[in-house]
Design a protein around this ligand. Structure first.
Ligand code: PLP
Length: 397
């Protein structure tokens, strides 16, 4: 039989999806499963976006330009300008989700065997994109004890080799919920300039910032024009995960020209989804205000309820909608599977994401889980109660 590639063998499967068969078995057994494991918001997509695809006047569903339609990119530039980010439409490539923007970034600035430094825990698919691009992730461990703040900049510097091409951050963080301060971004900016590296920032959760904190983008940092690449997406901002629209943004012309060649190879981002996403830019501010109020309520409820359980360490999130929790168990992987396979509380159970898959250092985060607070308050209270009861009887082998 012909052999599959080494790369294919090394490609990690999703640490979140590997529990799906156990969840399916739990449904078959008649259990209700509270999904704290995925980042699919239950918030409604803005009507302006849905209406735009209902009433469009296309008679051919054609390709658009590879970088996305010019009108759309001009409107995106206006959106950024309102967020104190000065870019023009020529600094933006519309992509098939933030996922494709990440692949374009890796492909444009790194060669086989090159290294990228990423604070961990990090969004698990960075591992997959790195394998697909044949580059090496070099992790810097951030700690639950300080809510996953940026590790000391000397730790980044100590890891820089002649293979290092970029530093990647996610701000606000999935899975940490951490929001990097202006000061932390400035430290990273100084480091990449000193060592001539790219700074890639995944800012897909930009709007999800709480407690009056201010979000500071790498694109706001003066002097970083040639170094900064920003990854963006409509998926969470407008609860449009299925649209598959993201953006690759850089003021470095060479980087944009290179990423455009990757974009040309896949011809066009999805046309109908661009229509919806362009219309989404007219979403009234009140939509975002309501969403933030809702997430703050959920976060506060989640943290309050989790604090009633003994022996937990909780990283308090300042942004995004995720929270890492350290459990009094030996293996969160085993615990998560056990919850679905062997446990129920009044015919109900919960599904959580074991956090080890968000680390690339072996043996770290083994007793941590990631909780996504994408359920309404009532369901969150119930889910945490089930977690509490489960921990009382979990055999912890
Ligand atoms: C941190 C982060 N980056 C990128 C993505 C990719 O999003 P999409 O491809 O839907 O735009 C996600 C999705 O969950 C994410 O959490």
């Amino acid at each position: 039989m012909p052999k599959i590639s080494q790369k294919g063998q090394l490609m990690p499967s999703s640490p979140i999806r590997k529990l799906v068969p156990y969840a399916e078995q739990a449904y078959k057994e008649g259990k209700t499963v509270y999904h704290l494991n995925i980042g699919q918001p239950d918030i409604k997509t803005p009507e302006v976006a849905l209406d735009a695809v209902k009433v469009h006047s296309l008679d051919i569903l054609a390709y658009t330009r590879s970088e996305g339609s010019e009108d759309y990119r001009k409107k995106i530039a206006q959106y950024y300008s309102k967020n104190d980010i000065n870019v023009t439409h020529s600094d933006i490539i519309v992509t098939t989700g933030g996922s494709e923007a990440l692949l374009f970034a890796f492909g444009s600035v790194m060669d086989s065997g090159d290294e990228i430094i990423i604070p961990e825990p990090f969004y698990a698919n960075y591992n997959g994109f790195s394998t697909a691009s044949d580059i090496k992730v070099v992790p810097v461990i951030s700690k639950i004890e300080n809510n996953f703040a940026l590790p000391p900049i000397e730790e980044f510097e100590a890891l820089i080799t002649d293979k290092t091409k970029a530093i990647l951050i996610c701000n606000p963080g999935n899975p940490t919920g951490y929001l990097y301060s202006k000061e932390e971004i400035k430290q990273l900016a100084a480091l990449v300039k000193k060592h001539d590296l790219f700074l890639i920032a995944d800012e897909v959760y930009r709007e999800f910032v709480y407690d009056g904190n201010e979000f500071y983008s790498i694109m706001q940092e003066d002097g970083l024009e040639d170094y900064a690449i920003m990854i963006d997406s409509v998926s969470k901002r407008y609860s449009m995960c299925g649209a598959r629209i993201g953006y690759f943004v850089s003021r470095n012309k060479e980087v944009i020209q290179t990423a455009l060649k990757f974009a040309q190879a896949r011809l066009s981002p999805p046309t109908l989804a661009q229509i919806a996403s362009e219309a989404a830019l007219d979403t009234p501010q009140s939509y975002f205000d309501d969403v933030i109020v809702e997430y703050v309520k959920r976060r506060n409820t989640l943290i309050r309820e989790l604090k009633t359980i003994d022996g937990l360490k909780i990283a308090e999130p300042k942004g995004a909608f995720y929270c890492i929790v350290e459990l009094p168990v030996k293996s969160a992987d085993h615990f998560a599977q056990w919850l679905l396979e062997s446990y129920d509380y009044e015919k109900e159970t919960v599904m959580v994401a074991p956090a080890a898959g968000f680390y690339s250092t072996p043996g770290v985060g083994l007793n941590q889980i990631r909780i996504a607070y994408v359920l309404n308050e009532e369901s969150l209270i119930r889910a945490v109660h089930i977690l509490k009861e489960a921990l009382k009887v979990y055999p912890n082998p």
